[in-house]
Design a binder for this molecule. Structure first.
Ligand code: PLP
Ligand code: ZN
Length: 433
């Protein structure tokens, strides 16, 4: 299928190979698919399903399995682990009065977050284009993912991160996979501004979600869910919002699936932000007439973003899906994380914003009794061991979280015991009472 770059603001078009990050008007670019040459929905579905038993790496990937709707890249240029094909778990819908509740665990990707779905596409395309170096700003997961894909592609990687504000697991990955790691004295938004300036002037390939090829990969979270649910989608899809790449990608996936007749009813998107980093939720309150960036602060460092680059595309996604944007407190995020962790879903704080947001939306009767909901769990529990241990040891007050006392019931402190088996057995019996 043919593709070109199209500006979402003014509609200008550019060849796919054009190495620009934005339109001449400053607008964001989409990889636009020529729908006229598309096969029937049944033919699409049959092609995608036919790849399930295949052992070929592109077919094993939960991204490249849908390549007709992702990108045409010569097989030798593909950089794939493979990624995607993450599990979709059933949760108990009854406490919230829902008919069904699922969690798709993007933390099961090779580097532990959904970023791998976007990165396989952005890095494969960069290799195809002969990139000399790859660069990103990151709250952590993008740097971990880029470091890994860059290493596989043998292309040097530079990552800019806000010093002291990324979770340890993510920093460990970037360092271990050999990325040149530059810690800046500023926020993610400062890092994002810097990399965009440099990429344009210095011929460095930027792979943040401003890069439209990233979003083509992240669309497959929706495609994967659709096929895992037996070719249907629920009433609601709930996702955390930071730089709003997923929000934009999900909106684009749903626009295309509707245009291709793969779906006839569009699910509603609910985007959940942390209260201290909620510029999109605030803009939504005024029906997106006005946008004001903010100084972000939240325990969910992955979404500690005050000036999301994908704003216009995210607004399009909310409008197309009749979606909703809301925010939750850090204490609500950590309580939801604890509740997901105890079901062995296990996630980093940003991902738990989904369940916290769902609770708020059912309380407010926005999500109604009997509806079905899919939560997108964006990152793995092991990404942020410090917060998990603080929660288990009743130390959340030290993280500066208002309402932390309400989290005391989440504690599961390790006990110091002597090494003698008799005493240990006695303690086990006592705990089993
Ligand atoms: C775990 C996790 N959840 C959510 C997000 C936010 O995603 P987006 O920037 O696509 O809104 C990120 C981004 O870094 C993340 O790492
Ligand atoms: Zn334009």
């Amino acid at each position: 299928m043919n593709r070109q770059l199209t500006c979402v603001t003014c509609g200008s078009t550019y060849p796919l190979e054009d190495q620009r990050l934005r339109c001449h008007c400053g607008g964001l670019l989409d990889v636009q698919l020529d729908m006229d040459s598309a096969p029937s929905p049944a033919a699409f579905a049959a092609t995608f399903e036919s790849r399930l038993p295949s052992r070929l790496p592109p077919d094993l990937s939960g991204v490249w399995r849908y390549r007709e709707l992702v990108l045409d890249v010569p097989p030798d240029d593909l950089v794939t682990f493979p990624e995607g094909r993450t599990n979709l778990y059933d949760l108990d819908p009854t406490p919230l009065g829902l008919s069904a509740l699922w969690a798709k665990h993007e933390g099961e990707n090779p580097t532990g977050s959904f970023k791998d779905r976007g990165m396989t596409v952005a890095v494969s395309w960069a290799r195809h284009q002969g990139a000399r170096a790859l660069i990103c700003a990151s709250t952590g997961n993008t740097s971990a993912s880029l470091a890994a894909y860059g290493a596989r592609a043998h292309i040097p990687v530079f990552v800019l991160i806000p010093e002291g504000k990324i979770a340890q697991g993510k920093l460990a990955q970037a360092l271990a996979y050999g990325a040149h790691t530059l810690q800046i004295d500023g926020s993610f938004d400062d890092a994002m501004y810097a990399v965009e300036q440099m990429a344009t002037q210095r011929n460095l390939t930027l792979v943040n979600s401003l890069n439209p090829f990233r979003l083509e990969g992240q669309k497959t979270i929706i495609l994967d869910s659709f096929f895992q649910l037996g070719q249907m989608l629920p009433d609601w899809i709930i996702v955390p919002g930071g730089n709003l790449g997923n929000t934009s990608a999900f909106g684009k996936a749903l626009i295309e699936m509707k245009a291709l007749d793969l779906i006839d009813r569009v699910p509603r998107l609910a985007v959940i932000q942390a209260e201290g980093a909620s510029p999109f939720a605030r803009a939504a309150q005024g029906d997106f007439q006005h946008f004001e960036p903010m100084q972000p602060e939240t325990v969910a460092t992955a979404i500690r973003i005050g000036n999301p680059v994908n704003y216009e595309k995210a607004v399009r996604a909310i409008r197309f899906t009749d979606g909703i944007v809301t925010s939750v407190t850090d204490a609500e995020i950590l309580k939801a994380k604890h509740d997901l962790d105890r079901q062995a879903i296990g996630c980093e704080p940003a991902s738990a914003a989904t369940l916290a947001g769902l609770r708020r939306l059912t309380r407010e009767q926005v999500v109604r009794p009997g509806e079905s909901v899919l939560l997108i769990i964006t990152g793995n529990l092991l990404k942020d061991p410090d917060t998990t241990i603080a929660l288990a040891t009743g130390q959340t007050a030290a993280l500066g979280i208002p309402g932390a006392a309400a989290l005391d019931a989440c504690a599961n402190e390790p006990r110091h015991v002597p090494s003698d088996p008799e005493t240990i057995a006695g303690i086990i019996e006592e705990e089993l009472q």
